[in-house]
Design a protein around this ligand. Structure first.
Ligand SMILES: [Zn+2]
Length: 256
C-alpha cells in the first residue's frame, strides 16, 4: 500500500453536497460554519433531539413557549428568531433648518441611471431628478447621484444637508475612506467644494427599503439626459411613495 492510497483509505470522501462551499467560506468564523453544518445535518442538541435520547421531558421552545424546539423551529418558525431576522426600516425627515437628500443609482443591462430628491423637515419635496448617464460602475453612479443632489441643494441655498444613500461605498468615498478609484476624483472634488460652502452636512447609509422614492426615480428614466420634476408634475406612484415616507410607514426588511 502506498502513502497516497493509505491516506485515501483513512480519509474516505463522503458525497459532495451543493451547500458545502457556501458553508465553509474562509471569511466566515469557524464557529459559525460549525453551527450551520450541525444545523444542516440536524445534529444540533435541540430539545427535540435531547428528548429523543430521553435526556429531558419537555420539548417546548424556551424562547416563545409555543412550538416544539427543533432546528426548523429555532431558525425559521420561532417568533423570537423572526424578530432577529427582520428589521423595520423607514424614512426619517430631517430636523428643522436641514434639507435631506436621498439618492439612488440603478442599473439594468447597459442602462445606468440615478434618482435624486430633496425634502425639508416637513417632508415636502422641492425637486426630484431622474437622469440617465454613462458610467462604468454602480458605485461611481451612486457617487454621481450624491454630487448631483449636492448641486441641487446648493441651488436651493441650503445651509445644512443630510445625504442618504444605500451605497456604503459611495458614502465611504465622500468621507475620504476606502479605496477610491481615480475616476471618482473629479466628482469628489466637486463634492468637496459644494460641501465646504455648507454650515453642516452629514451622510448616512440607509437600506433600500428606506430609500424607495429615490429608487423609483432612478428606474423612471428612459431617455438619455436629465429630467427635473417639480411638485405640479409629480405622478401618482411618486406621490404615493412620498406620502408613505411622510407618514413614517415602516417596511420590513428580511436580513440575509
Ligand atoms: Zn420558539
Amino acid at each position: 500500500m502506498s502513502y497516497s492510497s493509505a491516506w485515501e483509505y483513512i480519509h474516505k470522501k463522503g458525497p459532495q453536497t451543493t451547500w458545502a462551499k457556501e458553508l465553509w467560506r474562509p471569511i466566515q468564523p469557524p464557529s459559525q460554519s460549525l453551527l450551520r453544518w450541525q444545523a444542516a445535518l440536524d445534529r444540533l442538541p435541540t430539545l427535540q433531539r435531547l428528548f429523543s435520547r430521553q435526556l429531558i421531558q419537555n420539548t417546548t421552545c424556551l424562547l416563545c413557549s409555543t412550538g416544539s424546539e427543533n432546528v426548523e423551529h429555532l431558525f425559521l418558525l420561532c417568533s423570537f428568531s423572526a424578530y432577529i431576522w427582520e428589521k423595520e426600516v423607514s424614512w426619517e425627515a430631517p430636523k428643522e433648518g436641514w434639507l435631506k437628500l436621498n439618492s439612488d443609482g440603478s442599473r439594468s443591462d447597459d442602462r445606468f441611471s440615478y434618482g435624486v430628491l430633496v425634502r425639508d423637515s416637513s417632508s415636502f419635496c422641492f425637486e426630484a431628478l431622474s437622469t440617465r448617464v454613462w458610467a462604468d460602475s454602480i458605485n461611481l453612479l451612486e457617487l454621481k447621484g450624491l454630487v448631483e443632489g449636492m448641486q441641487l441643494c446648493h441651488s436651493l441655498r441650503a445651509s445644512r444637508v443630510w445625504l442618504e444613500s444605500d451605497s456604503t461605498t459611495a458614502i465611504a468615498w465622500i468621507h475620504g475612506r476606502g479605496i477610491i478609484p481615480w475616476r471618482a476624483f473629479r466628482d469628489l472634488r466637486t463634492f468637496s467644494t459644494l460641501s465646504n460652502s455648507l454650515l453642516e452636512w452629514k451622510a448616512t447609509h440607509v437600506y433600500r427599503e428606506g430609500n424607495q422614492v429615490a429608487d423609483h426615480l432612478a428606474a423612471f428614466q428612459s431617455a438619455m439626459g436629465y429630467q427635473i420634476h417639480e411638485p405640479p408634475d409629480f405622478w401618482p406612484d411618486l406621490l404615493k411613495l412620498l406620502m408613505k415616507d411622510k407618514d413614517g410607514k415602516v417596511t420590513t426588511r428580511i436580513s440575509k
